[in-house]
Design a protein. Sequence first.
Length: 440
Amino acid sequence: MTGRYYLRSFGCQMNEHDAERIRALLEAEGLERVDEPDDAHVLVYNTCTVRKSADDRLAGHLGTAARLKREDPTRVVLVTGCLPQAEQADFFARFPFVDGALGPQNLYRLPELLRAAVEPAGGSPAGFFEDGPRFSGSLASRRERPYQAWVQVMSGCTNFCSYCIVPYVRGPERSRDAAELQREVGELVADGVVEVTLLGQNVNAYGLDRRRGGEAAAPSFTQLLARLDSVDGLRRIRFMTSHPKDLTDDLVAAVAELPTVCEHVHLPAQAGSDRVLRAMGRGYTADEYLDRVRALRAAVPDVNITTDLMAGFPGETEDDFERTMDLVRAARFDAAFTFVYSPRRGTRAADLPGQVPPDVRRERVERLIELTQEQALASRQTWVGRHAEVLIEGASRDGALHRGRTRQNVTVNVAGPVEPGAIVAVEITAATSTTLRGTV
Ligand code: SAM
Ligand code: SF4
């Protein structure tokens, strides 16, 4: 098939990486990417449904798709990702102009979906939603940047936190073979990559599913890091997202000792009240969480610890929420994503009594934002006057400077003669809560 496609992706890094694979699959079919939906014959929306706000945002984009489809009924509208997986048949009832949809576990069937959508059997839309054993982690991907790559080391999640839709739409945890991953990273480095980010919903549980399945010698996440650290030419390894309950002392030591492993751990806390943490099914108490933070800070100089926090989980009282504020004060986060709890159909928390009124959720999240922004600014300011190792990624937003990232995952706007892909020492001269500024 020839023609032009438009791709819009929403949501987390895993989805962004899935979007790279969607690009590779569509381009292998002979399609060429365009930036405007009006110019495309095939429209693809890669969706997220982790919060209601994600659903709402997509509805606007699909409005455009519906209009374009009315103008030219031969256009093909495809929807991939977590939203159609969660809704399945209901999804086609809500969006009747969609020609085909598939869930994250069926990404490899995109070419098949495209063909089925062009020539529908019996005029009905095609949908692929099975919990398939085939793993899309090893699919080819079309990278956005030549120097950086995502590597999906595992898929799915088996934690079933009571608020979260992810285990229902992405299936159980499945780890990829370590030798295959090592080979893949070697190939990426040969292709010019200097930094890889290892992806998994609960990345530090890597390998546990294989061990439970009887492969007693399957490498753990720490062992995987050590193997990838030895890949010649690789300069930086990042990984996300880590679950506090699986942050072993071994892993803390690996972050401290392995030269390529960057000093940044994204460690979602979600809440600070033990009662709420238990109702969420997180598997740790506030003290246990803070113990992990202390272990990291003691072992890893200059480590950045970032987090996800949620306000307004069902039954959260003002006192519970104050425990979250206490945890944040004690942890001194370098950055945080803050969310208002959003009920998701099919999750346990959606049916809990004591849903917190929306204005109370909002007001609490505002307090979290204020506190975590103060902490982020204080963290960035400690870099002023020092040197940081920066990987140059491209031009800064306004085009006047270069933009890069420190090992701690902080964006730096850089002045001076440097090329994208270079790793340079930058003297930091100024800081805001989100970025640093400096000179090579
Ligand atoms: N696996 C990761 C973890 O356990 O931290 C994160 C996955 S989730 C895509 C990213 C974040 O979204 C979570 O850490 C949580 O803070 C937030 N989140 C998930 N479900 C939510 C919900 N129903 N309402 C609000 N925020 C939610
Ligand atoms: Fe969702 Fe919890 Fe799994 Fe993270 S660990 S993806 S929050 S169920």
